[in-house]
Unconditional design. Structure first.
Length: 475
């Protein structure tokens, strides 16, 4: 078995030999929150420093960071064929990276207690390095991010994971980040707001509301556990730290490449290729000031029906960032969202109901998404319950079938206090295998295979997959 895979698995399964306890980590992040001085005030667009709201867009005077643009969208996907909206245009590829190191024989991840102005509780556990190109290029004239040189100078042998993954396709236009994990052998200086945690501890902390940030979740979702074989699964299953109930057994088998899956990899490729050939998407840029059904006010850009989201201007003061005072636009939600996977053991192997979802900012029309994804409209209404597949099953799932249920923040650097309910639901044995046209059964290994090829698994699905663990389940 690949050595990196062994290291990841041991860090995932083993609950002993940790550098600090998980309880200590929770207390530590609480103390970080209590110590921090943060002020975020909504201001008029005219008060934004170094930003300009023009007829065409809202942009930074440097031409860097990001802009808020207007787009016109036409498609044959879904019930709405044409609309206009604001969208974040940030073509830069940023770093989301972890430094890892073996401590007491177990791989540990260097976590950062990072303050983001849009976080629900300001400080959350982020990757070692979380920086846009404008940040690490120091366009803001602030300090360089800590540990940047470890990633810039990493050798091929040090890199354990390196992927380009998409951001929210309904909010960003073709945005990607570099998700990277490197391993070091030498001792490194640990700064005040950094902490070593194992993969098992990170996943346990994901079970708490708004503790682990979105960038951490997207990186660890890509960790390659899908190179297992059925034979190696049988060996791993003797690990003493794992309680081998039906969910865990199904999950472990779902990691295996040669498992008896409901659909073959070729079936899934044919499925998504067919969907892409059926769909049409045309996007053109339009002036921000002339968007249909959107109102540009002094302090917000919002939809005339007060739904979807708003664009606001924020003045921000934070004590320990590279820059301690700045202003910027942010996306503000108008309701809480819902993302959920329904899963089922098929022939003893855990499978997930995955949908193909088109969002206007996607690189290639559609990406694989959770069974239910409701982010930009109110799902708690009769129309949604009647028309959206599987929503009723998710909302009415009995407690004993809920594997995972938490509130998780979106990325706090662009989104202001946005959180979504994340659920994993275990279906009954008599749950039908036949699915609607836009849905397909996939194993974890199959999802991982597509994740390696970039821009196939959307960020909402990756966030949910990051929570999968042998320890933090309710069943």
């Amino acid at each position: 078995m690949n050595r990196n895979l062994c290291l990841f698995l041991k860090s995932l399964v083993n609950q002993g030999n940790t550098f600090v306890s998980t309880d200590y980590a929770l207390e530590w992040i609480k103390e970080q929150n209590e110590r921090v001085e943060v002020s975020v005030d909504q201001i008029p667009f005219s008060k934004l420093k170094n930003w300009k709201l023009s007829h065409n867009n809202l942009s930074h005077e440097s031409g860097k960071f990001f802009s808020i643009d207007g787009i016109d969208v036409s498609t044959n996907y879904g019930n709405v064929s044409h609309w206009q909206q604001p969208i974040i245009n940030q073509p830069e590829i940023g770093y989301l990276g972890f430094i890892t190191k073996e401590i007491n024989g177990v791989l540990h991840f260097l976590m950062q207690a990072k303050i983001e102005p849009g976080n629900i509780n300001y400080v959350q556990l982020s990757p070692t390095l979380q920086a846009t190109k404008s940040n690490y290029s120091r366009v803001h004239k602030g300090n360089a991010p800590a540990y940047l040189d470890y990633f810039k100078n990493a050798t091929k042998d040090q890199v354990m994971l390196d992927q380009l993954q998409s951001e929210q396709g309904a909010r960003f236009i073709k945005k990607r980040n570099r998700n990277i994990i490197i391993k070091v052998e030498e001792d490194i200086e640990i700064l005040e707001n950094f902490l070593w945690l194992t993969l098992a501890q990170i996943k346990e902390l994901i079970g708490h509301n708004n503790v682990v940030n979105m960038d951490t979740r997207t990186v660890i979702s890509g960790i390659p556990l899908g190179d297992l074989t059925s034979e190696s699964v049988e060996v791993i299953s003797i690990f003493e730290d794992v309680k081998w109930n039906s969910f865990n057994k199904g999950l472990l088998k779902s990691y295996a490449l040669d498992v008896n899956s409901y659909n073959s990899l070729n079936d899934i490729i044919l499925f998504i290729t067919g969907r892409k050939c059926e769909l049409e998407l045309e996007i053109s840029k339009v002036p921000l000031m002339s968007l249909n059904n959107w109102i540009v006010g002094d302090t917000a850009i919002y939809h005339e029906e007060h739904k979807y989201f708003e664009i606001i201007a924020a003045d921000i003061k934070i004590g320990n960032r590279e820059v301690i005072n700045w202003s910027q636009p942010m996306v503000k939600p108008v309701q809480e969202g819902l993302c959920a996977f329904i899963c089922k053991n098929i022939n003893g192997v855990l499978h997930f109901i995955v949908q193909t979802k088109m969002e206007c900012g996607n690189f290639d029309l559609i990406e694989f998404a959770p069974t239910v994804q409701c982010l930009t409209d109110n799902y708690k209404n009769n129309t949604s319950l009647k028309t959206l597949p599987f929503l009723k099953q998710v909302l009415n799932a009995p407690k004993e079938k809920v594997i995972f249920d938490t509130l998780q923040s979106e990325e706090g650097g662009r989104f202001y206090k946005e959180q979504n309910r994340n659920l994993l639901i275990m279906a009954d044995e008599d749950f039908p295998l036949e699915l609607p046209k836009n849905y397909i059964w996939m194993t974890f290994s199959q999802l991982q295979t597509f994740m390696k090829h970039n821009n196939y698994i959307n960020i909402q699905a990756r966030n949910l997959l990051s929570a999968l663990s042998f320890h933090n389940i309710n069943s």
